[in-house]
Design a protein around this ligand. Structure first.
Ligand SMILES: NC(=O)c1ccc[n+]([C@@H]2O[C@H](COP(=O)([O-])OP(=O)(O)OC[C@H]3O[C@@H](n4cnc5c(N)ncnc54)[C@H](OP(=O)(O)O)[C@@H]3O)[C@@H](O)[C@H]2O)c1
Length: 252
């Protein structure tokens, strides 16, 4: 079997980093992207290479769709140079930042930023990468538990995730003819740098979330990285157009 190759956006830290490492452990070659943390991204590449798997890190700001054509060219060049391939297999649309501002106080600039990062970015990035995706490939989008339950301050962020859940079904419908399946994982609150690391670093917040989670703790990056690797495994090839919440049972 030829080696699989995954593109992981936002692979320099947090969930994307963890997923890249878990996919690499299964022998998947990795093209990961970073926005500002080049050194962190290079460290992830080194960690993957220590596992005997090839990886490269490319800069990408998902909020800037005018750069996607050049990014796709770079991906094409790396596929050829590093893997002697002209296609990749998996796309994980993971990159992004959060926001904490009430609906009544959200500015147009904040709304637009969330829209560009979490909706327009993955929409057009996926569209532009499609010609390089192998028939039978897999797309995994990333939503949030916040698209199912509502917490104050998350409206502009969560609504874009909700829109990604709808887009996932449309992509699955239209890309099925190429054998491409499309699903979306919705993590609960996970201890990463996200939102200034509040879930990890604010003890009160951490305990409050744990108390509302059936399994009694907040999530860890390993919980999501393992889930992503499993969701992209051949065993789950028949799963399509699904939202899979991986939250330990938050706010049931
Ligand atoms: N952590 C949670 O509780 C949680 C829960 C549900 C869903 N999620 C979702 O999971 C995904 C990853 O979150 P995380 O917890 O891993 O966050 P994180 O630890 O803050 O890492 C964010 C990653 O995204 C990249 N990134 C940020 N803004 C970007 C932009 N404009 N363009 C391209 N890349 C960008 C960062 O790159 P640099 O390192 O270069 O800055 C980094 O690799 C996000 O989509 C988030 O909405 C997170």
């Amino acid at each position: 079997m030829t080696q699989r190759i995954a593109i992981v956006t936002g692979g320099s830290r947090g969930l994307g980093k963890n997923a890249a490492l878990k996919l690499a452990e299964r022998g998947t070659g990795i093209i990961l992207t970073y926005n500002s943390q080049r050194q962190e991204a290079e460290k992830v590449v080194s960690e993957i290479e220590l596992k005997g798997v090839k990886a490269v890190a490319l800069q990408l700001n998902v909020a800037e769709s005018n750069t996607f054509a050049d990014f796709v060219k770079e991906v094409k060049a790396q596929l050829k140079d590093v893997w002697q391939r002209d296609s990749f297999d998996y796309l994980l649309n993971n990159a992004g930042t959060g926001i904490d501002v009430l609906f009544a106080e959200t500015s147009e600039a904040q709304f637009d930023e969330m829209m560009r990062i979490h909706l327009k970015g993955p929409f057009f990035l996926t569209q532009q990468l499609l010609p390089l995706m192998k028939n039978g490939g897999r797309i995994l989008n990333v939503s949030s538990g916040l698209a199912r339950f509502a917490l104050p301050g998350k409206a502009a962020y969560a609504m874009m995730k909700g829109a990604m859940e709808v887009l996932t079904r449309y992509q699955a419908k239209e890309l099925g003819e190429r054998g491409i399946s499309v699903n979306i994982i919705a993590p609960g609150a996970i201890e990463t740098d996200f939102g200034g690391g509040v879930v990890r670093d604010n003890e009160q917040m951490n305990r409050a979330i744990a108390s509302q989670t059936a399994l009694g703790r907040v999530g860890l990056p390993d919980d999501i990285g393992d889930a992503i690797a499993a969701l992209l495994s051949d065993e789950l090839r028949w799963m399509n157009a699904q939202r899979i919440e991986v939250s330990g049972g938050m706010f049931l």
